[in-house]
Design a protein around this ligand. Structure first.
Ligand code: AMP
Length: 282
């Protein structure tokens, strides 16, 4: 069947209900567009699972801070439709901001501070409130059986898992591994902002994370020592400004002093005007 582009909220619900009557399970891939191979991996996974695959493209204003890049966020709709179709999407859902947030909209989803106040939440106040609110709204609009999220945005993935558990949402959250450029840089719509000089420096973030993972693989258990290994690699590139570099429990995101099973290193840096995030399992 041909991929459909749907803008209206009642129209998308009608399409998914029809697919469900036809015996399909519904897979949702929420995105902000500017689709790249990372997004394509989520779509391919949903389609490969046999789902009727809905890709939402919505640059959600409520998850951007006042000094962030909402106005200049890339919106290449035609190429997004091509990427989504090639990856196996059944529907690309592009709701209008005015329909998602009509005048008077004032209900918010707050996932607890333990998951949302630290790490990205510390430098982006209100970000996860905007994310949790739009994701719950998209779940209600498309009634998915499965929703696919990238491990690249690891804190976001944990926030969505918690939201789903705490509110008894009848769906499965499916994590998808990070897709990288050949030099290791995690694919991101924001990589387009990097100057060629910054683009050459950017892969050192993943090199630093790999250095930490290698130290862990060599049986180092002390989080402070592992962190120092990674910090040395980041410091070798003076263009980086570190926002955070932390070793945390992969479920609760609580900081760890000693490695334990499920430990992760999460990082955010600024490079020129661009903020990059990445993570690795230790
Ligand atoms: P975004 O459009 O940046 O909001 O991302 C939409 C979804 O794609 C989120 O679940 C992201 O975690 C996921 N995603 C973004 N970049 C990647 C990547 N490089 N690899 C895997 N998933 C990704």
């Amino acid at each position: 069947m041909q991929m459909q582009r749907i803008e209206g909220i009642t129209d998308v619900l009608r399409a998914v209900k029809a697919a469900r009557r036809g015996g399909r399970r519904i897979g949702l891939v929420p995105t902000m567009g500017a689709l790249h191979r990372g997004h394509a991996a989520l779509i391919e996974r949903a389609a490969g699972d046999g789902c009727f695959t809905v890709v939402s493209i919505f640059v959600n204003p409520t998850q951007f801070g006042p000094n962030e890049d909402l106005a200049r966020y890339p919106r290449p709709l035609e190429s997004d439709l091509q990427v989504a179709m090639a990856a196996g999407a059944d529907v690309v859902f592009t709701p209008a901001t005015a329909e998602v947030y009509p005048p008077g909209f004032d209900t918010w989803v707050e996932v607890g501070g333990e998951l949302t106040a630290r790490l990205c939440g510390a430098s982006r106040p209100g970000h996860f409130r905007g994310v949790a609110t739009i994701v719950l709204k998209l779940f209600n609009m498309t009634e998915p059986d499965r929703a696919y999220f990238g491990e690249k945005d690891y804190q976001q993935l944990q926030v969505i898992r918690r939201l789903t558990r705490d509110l008894d949402l009848p769906l499965e959250v499916v994590p998808v591994p990070t897709v990288r450029e050949e030099d290791g840089l995690a694919m991101s719509s924001r990589n387009k902002y990097l100057s060629s000089e910054a683009r050459a420096v950017a892969p050192w973030l993943y090199k630093a994370l790999k250095t930490a993972a290698e130290a862990a693989a060599a049986s180092e258990r002390n989080a402070g020592i592992i962190r120092r290994h990674a910090l040395e690699v980041i410091a070798s590139q003076p263009a980086f400004q570190i926002d955070y570099l932390e070793i945390v429990d992969g479920d609760s995101l609580r900081p760890l002093d000693e490695l334990q099973p499920g430990a992760m290193m999460l990082a955010a840096v600024r490079l020129g005007g661009t903020r990059l995030i990445d993570n690795i399992r230790l």
